[in-house]
Design a protein around this ligand. Structure first.
Ligand SMILES: CCCCCC/C=C/C(=O)SCCNC(=O)CCNC(=O)[C@H](O)C(C)(C)COP(=O)(O)OP(=O)(O)OC[C@H]1O[C@@H](n2cnc3c(N)ncnc32)[C@H](O)[C@@H]1OP(=O)(O)O
Length: 364
């Protein structure tokens, strides 16, 4: 959704203020400060109060939180307040429905499982019968889950898959739902959706980690170049068969893969569709570490829980320092890849490949 076009009404804002009072669990000081700051900004505008003295710790923390919002417009602050309360309500509401000690689950997703526990928000692709192929609904839900995770109280965010696959990439039946404007309109809409989807990964502010539990195909592989760490089971494979499908690279891979593995290896993957084992992907720098499948979950989650205990602000700021100078470039690459793909989707090569898959004449 286009955030600029989305502003909460005064009524939404009042409802959110009432919801805060009904929260069953204390959301923690950091979140309470954020709520305070957004409330003040939404109702009074930028902070112009004198700064409290260094020993007035509580008022100074509140002043700092408010002052950090700078000249954020009142409407945006109101929307951010409503979004934050809504993400708190969904995760804390559901905590009352599960056994103590189990994950807090976010409801309201058809294609994902989203949990938040031990400082980690885990987004699990959940269409195992379809090898976690990403349909249009899943694209939207992943974006929604990422936006919520960027504002919740977790330190790190993880993307993983349920079942034997990490993901088989774009759901090829996405191409069968043709709108009244025909295939041109479909290609245009798909390019808009893809650009927004990849943009969410480029802009994600916290450490983002992929736990690749099995084979990964297409867009689920290309966006790995935008993650901060990629842990893979030795059962995982990495496959980008774009030429086979009459398509071209996306997910900023035409830029990130060249930087990660150099042009020769990137070409083997992105142009010739060479499938890499987890070990090969690790040797080429796409994967951070590989674990035996039998101990994969245990080893990875032990490591991630330790990472999640690190100071969250330091991690977020370090990521910003590492990634920010690339952001503008990545958005430009994303735009270009989407516009090339928009044309490719209308080509006979692409249409034939999709028809062949759907009529089960071909598989990877
Ligand atoms: C908004 C548009 C944005 C577009 C972004 C651009 C993205 C590009 C890409 O991601 S390109 C990659 C696309 N993916 C593929 O080409 C994979 C196609 N799938 C396969 O080749 C195979 O299914 C397999 C190798 C992944 C797995 O084979 P196998 O183990 O033999 O399982 P099945 O084929 O029986 O699969 C089980 C079940 O899942 C369905 N399915 C699997 N992958 C997809 C898919 N990508 N799209 C749609 N459906 C998929 C498969 O049809 C089976 O369904 P069924 O049981 O027959 O109902």
């Amino acid at each position: 959704m286009n955030r600029a076009a989305m502003t909460a009404s005064q009524k939404d804002f009042e409802n959110a203020m009432n919801q805060v009072k009904l929260l069953k669990k204390d959301p923690g000081n950091e979140v309470k400060l954020k709520l305070y700051a957004l409330y003040k900004q939404a109702t009074e505008g930028p902070c112009n109060m004198p700064k409290p003295g260094v020993f007035d710790l509580i008022n100074k923390a509140k002043w700092d939180a408010w002052n950090t919002l700078g000249s954020l417009p009142k409407e945006t602050a109101r929307q951010n307040y409503v979004d934050l309360v809504s993400s708190l309500s969904s995760s804390l509401e559901s905590s009352s429905q599960v056994e103590p000690g189990t994950d807090r689950k976010s409801t309201g997703y058809e294609t994902l499982m989203v949990t938040s526990e031990d400082g980690i928000t885990k987004i699990t692709l959940n269409r195992p019968a379809k090898k976690n192929a990403i349909n249009v609904e899943m694209y939207h839900e992943i974006m929604r889950a990422l936006k919520a995770a960027s504002k919740d109280d977790s330190s790190i965010t993880v993307l993983t898959g349920n079942g034997d696959y990490y993901s088989s990439g774009n759901d090829l039946t996405n191409f069968t739902d043709i709108p009244p404007g025909g295939v041109e309109e479909k290609a245009k809409n798909s390019a808009i959706l893809l650009r927004e989807f990849v943009g969410c990964f480029i802009d994600f502010p916290k450490p983002l980690i992929a736990v690749v539990n099995g084979p990964a195909v297409g867009i689920s592989v290309t966006i790995l170049g935008l993650f901060d760490a990629v842990y893979a089971s030795d059962r995982a494979t990495f496959h980008t068969p774009f030429s086979h499908l009459g398509q071209s690279p996306e997910g900023c891979s035409s830029y990130t893969f060249l930087k990660i593995m150099g042009p020769a290896k990137a070409t083997e993957m992105l142009v010739f569709g060479k499938k890499l084992t987890a070990g090969e992907a690790c040797a080429q720098g796409l994967v951070t570490a590989v674990f035996p499948d039998s101990t994969f979950q245990k080893e990875v989650w032990t490591r991630l829980k330790a990472f999640a205990k690190l100071p969250p602000n330091a991690m977020r700021i370090s990521k910003e320092v590492i990634r920010n100078r690339e952001k503008e470039k990545l958005h430009a690459v994303n735009a270009e890849e989407c516009s090339v793909l928009q044309e490719r989707w209308l080509s006979d090569e692409c249409m034939n490949a999709v028809v062949n898959f759907l009529s089960r004449k071909s598989k990877l």
